[in-house]
Write a protein that binds this ligand. Sequence first.
Ligand code: GTP
Ligand code: MG
Length: 200
Amino acid sequence: MKIKSAEFVISNTDYRKSPTEDMPEYAFIGRSNVGKSSLINMLTGNKKLAKTSSKPGKTQLINHFLINEDWFLVDLPGYGFAKAPKSSRVKWENFIVEYMMNRKQLVHTFVLIDSRHAPQKIDLEFMNWCGEKQISFSIIFTKMDKLSSNELQKNMAKYRKEMLKYWEEMPPVFITSSSSQIGKEKVLKYIEHVNEQMRK
Ligand code: GTP
Ligand code: MG
């Protein structure tokens, strides 16, 4: 799919104040610093669209970007970074939970995972929670430029093993690098496919 236009529309902490258009939207979520905002920039070919930082905790709000005047990409704050008390069962912000559970236009969520790390409890818990709430998601392994293909395969196999303890099958899996544009076509193609399904 060709990206003809990508524009920032609105930021907020209340999904009820998000755009009212009945257009499909795709959210990007995952630990702070995993590369959500960078991936949105890579997909849209605009390095300045979403704000990125080498320090975790950059994105603090729900950010809507209108793509091709037809659908939205949504950049969300990361989870697993300070703030939320450790004792709380739900470690992600309440407004993110509200958004994910109630936003009618949300058709698919990409859960980003840093391909360098072993399976993390918080990510597994998040995906299990999506399953419980019947939120459609897929996995994107990010920053693949930072490790060898051998290491990448090993880490992905560990994830698969862990996931299959809870799931009958794996969700769709993508591998990306925002610095070398790897994975761009596959992710955009997937979105195009879901958009088509929605409009049938
Ligand atoms: P928060 O908004 O804080 O939750 O972080 P985020 O998930 O949006 O991460 P962000 O896109 O801001 O990127 C965090 C850091 O990782 C930045 O320094 C990026 O340049 C770097 N980064 C993101 N994606 C990649 C990638 O694919 N490869 C490499 N090498 N670095 C990346
Ligand atoms: Mg961000």
